[in-house]
Write a protein that binds this ligand. Sequence first.
Ligand SMILES: [Zn+2]
Length: 385
Amino acid sequence: MNRVYRNAAIAHATGPRLMLDQTIHVVDGCISWMGPDDESPDPDPSAEVIDASGATVVPGMVDSHSHTVLQGGAHWIDRIDDPTEVLLAAAEHNGALAYGAGIRWLRDVGAPTRDDRAISLDVRDAWRGRSDRPYIRAAGAWVERQGQFGFTISVDDPDDIENAITDQIGNGADLIKLYIEGPDRETSTWTVSEVERAVATATAAGVPVTAHATNLPSVRAAVYGGVSCVEHGTHIDQDTATEMAKRGTYLVPTLGVGASWDTFGTTTTIDRFNGPEARSRLEARKELSYLSLHLAVNAGVTIAAGTDFGGGSLRANHLAWEVECLVDAGLEPWQALASATWIGGDLLAEPSAGRVVIGDSADFFLVHGNPLEDPSALWRVWRSD
Ligand SMILES: [Zn+2]
């Protein structure tokens, strides 16, 4: 693909200002030149010249918490048990939705298994080399202690932790996902030393470990056990936030999940989302997650943006919603976009992900408006192709 995008604004999301009057040359899918319009070399005769005036180039976004083979919606938990062919069809739909919404990377943090291998790993492998699908880095299956769900890997004896982690890595997992949460919200299902054992095994193989943790005991076990990232982190206290900053632990807050449950109060008749009691429960959860995010940000924790689509109720093209939620919670719009682009790339240890750089793949999309000041611009996609 040879293209020249003329006269665009660029939102690199490294500060609050757009770069104006920019031209980007793309040769064979890579950015060969980028700079001010009046310094642009003549386009190659074979190049398609696109008048991008009035549009803003945004780095391809990174959804740092996604479940590629699951479809989300108000019955997202039931959908996990769908037959394999339904899950694979959902993945294809999700891939097209995400790509069209400007998402170029999916950090997949858990999928059901078939023959003990997570389905997401097959999808990742099948999409490799496709120019109409996001790149995937996938965790494989969720690993639980004393599993509560049929669809996870249950480690019933702590002496099996190393084997469970090694199995996931042997299956081709790019990262390990621990599920640290039990029915009892006052205790963590993993002890700190058990998390440490999982982290030591994975780290020895060069594979990072992340953890689903919402309540405080689970978040603390994850952080002090040495995971590289906390998923959700609904309840974080000051000490834990300070420790996360010290260790460089990322936080992916997935605020959009609560926001979507809020909409289900008017779009469904499901008890869990309706009535005054549900409303006040949701409001309390939102307050707690915003407070935790404030503590983390003020302590210096790095925030990456993820929707939890599929494993939660959002859909694969909803990362803009999460960016809006991060802004609602107090991040500057450009910082929230940074969380959805290059910070997600850093979390994946993929240096070109979420960045628009000469010499790298032309993984960007174009919107109308300035997403460095107004996250709703991310919904106004003009081109993502
Ligand atoms: Zn999830």
